[in-house]
Write a protein that binds this ligand. Structure first.
Ligand SMILES: NC(=O)c1ccc[n+]([C@@H]2O[C@H](COP(=O)([O-])OP(=O)(O)OC[C@H]3O[C@@H](n4cnc5c(N)ncnc54)[C@H](OP(=O)(O)O)[C@@H]3O)[C@@H](O)[C@H]2O)c1
Length: 323
């Protein structure tokens, strides 16, 4: 079967298509035929080594597929079930994959393969960021960076449906309309304007309750600046670079801020957490709290181009690989 492997860390050119033999699933594992694969920014961190993985390695963490074979001790699923997933084992960029059953969730009939493959990792992330990392309240003023991105479209629309006032930043004119369509009350083009000044025009100085910052290096200082006293900084990604040093006096103590640097793994430790979170995500998409428009579809052979587009800021929402 066809799969994508890396043998060293680097740019999109290290992604190689290989044809390999696949094993049989062991006791608690299932063999899945992938029908649609989610593309996520974290895949680029694994590829570059920012989040290192043991080499050689597959790439990809989010996919929806059909179970073709189950190990002897599998209890949760059966052959023919349609499942999706949001976490390790890495290697979702593949025609088939073997995955432990406890990493999978059942996809409701009404949710398509393509949608499931972009709302499991991204949807569960939006769920824990909005409900658990910071329990969002009606009337909260939030700032989300890269609001027209894959996760951004889901999170901003969902936050809007919860009664928050949503301010989103975007990097291009084209993305302004997309962010507005997906729940942002105000959109700031941070490539053209100073987002701190623009946020202050909307909510005043120190006016934001919570910043969700997945852009990192280029936005971190400004994100801290717009927060209210005792506001919440949720730093959850590094699209522009990793923020690895925090000055407690300047960044936290000055306004008595709360700070968290969470990852989806911290919020899906127990099987119950994963199931509960996925249930909320599927309910939210089916009740229209957020909508998904796939921005681009690639084949496995086009995977290098997919990563170039994602890192080049050319994608305008969730994108998938159809194997
Ligand atoms: N911690 C977690 O649990 C978790 C889980 C999922 C995702 N994440 C993080 O959430 C963020 C969004 O993920 P995603 O997969 O949905 O990606 P995405 O938002 O579709 O893509 C990243 C966006 O970041 C913006 N960006 C700003 N500066 C950039 C730069 N120098 N290079 C590239 N992009 C830049 C671009 O939007 P503009 O052009 O509009 O600026 C780009 O479209 C990522 O940081 C990801 O790592 C974290």
């Amino acid at each position: 079967m066809k799969t994508v492997k890396i043998e060293k860390f680097g740019g999109p050119e290290v992604l190689q298509i290989q044809n390999i033999e696949i094993n049989r699933p062991k006791s608690n594992e299932v063999l899945i035929k992938n029908l649609s694969i989610g593309i996520n920014f974290i895949d680029t961190y694994n590829r570059t080594g920012l989040y290192p993985v043991p080499l050689p390695s597959g790439i990809g963490l989010e996919a929806c597929g059909i179970i073709e074979e189950v190990g002897d001790d599998v209890r949760l699923f059966k052959v023919g079930d349609r499942v999706s997933r949001a976490s390790a084992p890495i290697g979702a960029y593949s025609e088939k994959q073997i995955v432990p059953e406890n990493k999978l969730v059942l996809v409701p009939n009404e949710v398509s393969n393509e949608i499931a493959s972009c709302i499991t990792l991204k949807g569960i992330t939006a769920e824990y960021l909005l409900h658990r990392a910071y329990p969002l309240k009606k009337g909260d003023k939030i700032l989300y960076h890269a609001a027209a991105g894959g996760l951004g479209q889901i999170l901003c629309a969902w936050a809007n449906s919860m009664g928050a006032k949503v301010i989103g930043t975007v990097g291009s004119k084209e993305k302004e309309e997309i962010a507005k369509k997906n729940g942002c009350h105000h959109v700031i083009n941070y490539s053209e304007t100073n987002f701190v000044e623009e946020v202050e025009k909307i909510v005043g100085k120190n006016g934001i309750d919570v910043v969700y910052d997945g852009v990192g290096l280029t936005t971190f200082e400004g994100s801290i600046e717009v927060l209210k006293i005792r506001g919440m900084m949720v730093a959850f990604g590094n699209a522009s670079g990793y923020v690895d040093t925090i000055d407690v006096k300047k960044h936290i103590n000055a306004k008595g801020l709360f700070f968290t640097r969470p990852s989806i793994a911290h919020y899906t430790i127990e099987r119950e957490e994963l199931e509960e979170s996925a249930k909320k995500v599927f309910e939210a998409v089916l009740s229209g709290k957020f909508k998904i428009e796939i921005s681009k579809k690639y084949s496995l052979d086009e995977v290098r181009q997919a990563h170039k587009d994602l890192e080049g800021r050319l994608l305008t929402g969730p994108a998938v690989i159809i194997p």
